[in-house]
Design a protein. Sequence first.
Length: 343
Amino acid sequence: MRFTDTDAALQRALLLAELAIGLSDPNPRVGCVILASDGRLLGEGHTQAAGEAHAEVMALRDAAARGEDVRGATAVVTLEPCSHHGRTPPCCEALVQAGIARVVAAVEDPNPLVAGQGLARLKTAGLTVELAGPAVADAARELNIGFFSRMQRGRPFVRLKSAISLDGRTALPDGRSQWITGEAARADGHAWRRRAGAVLTGIGTVLADDPRLDVRLVPSARQPLRLVLDPQGRLPSDARILQPPGDARVIGPGRADLPALMTELGRLGINELHVEAGPTLSGAFLDAGLVDELLLYQAPLLIGEGRPLANLQPLNELGDAHRWRAVDTTFVGADLRLRLRPT
């Protein structure tokens, strides 16, 4: 494989980084491509599970396995190489020791322990260092939107998911909702669950539906942590959400302060929080201004009387309404997937 320019190599590196979804948390999803001076691929890799090799080391190992000499080569990476000792040694040192001559990074690492220090270390060692253009940088940030949120805001990126009818209902009046959307939309929802470090729901949803809230309709190397907000201690001991695979945790009395909970989840290393809840908890997240993205699957059906997406506080003026902008609209089977973020 040969690349005509670094932009093409960066696109390849971004595709590699996507392979770390559902694998690398709490570490960022990073891809790396190592190129010869003529653009020939020498090695490539992506971040592994926490405590294992980062993308740059995986690419160097791949080059070694291919019998390639990387001295004088270019490393193209979707995030600034780390410069600190964490669970693994710093990647910038691995690149220096391997004899890499040039590094092109999509974006600087927002981690305060790195934050430009990796690029500075490479420059001090005599390497040529470049940053990619804004389009590639935006794509790299989007891929790690939760990691950037945790590093810069101290809390996860919160995605609120719901399946709704054309008239905005999520269930019949008695709570029955299986199934508003089709199989393709349900599998797609599991792919978004896989991105999350944790999935959160409320006790009302558990008592009504007894969901598992794991990832099972798409392959995943790891399961997100499952959280149940249960301030009155009503969770049955045999609830399916407590069963393997994966771990579950109950958020009990005195711990229902949502902003404080987001800060605590940030300290626990949760990059993306996936919320699947009923109208009361969904409304609480929205009224608190904690939802960074709405993930809605709208089915082509009308329900009539039923449960709403969210129970929101009444407005004094229409101008006070929650306003959102669409960042993606895609049909998934017969259902329309809407991704929206606050304006």
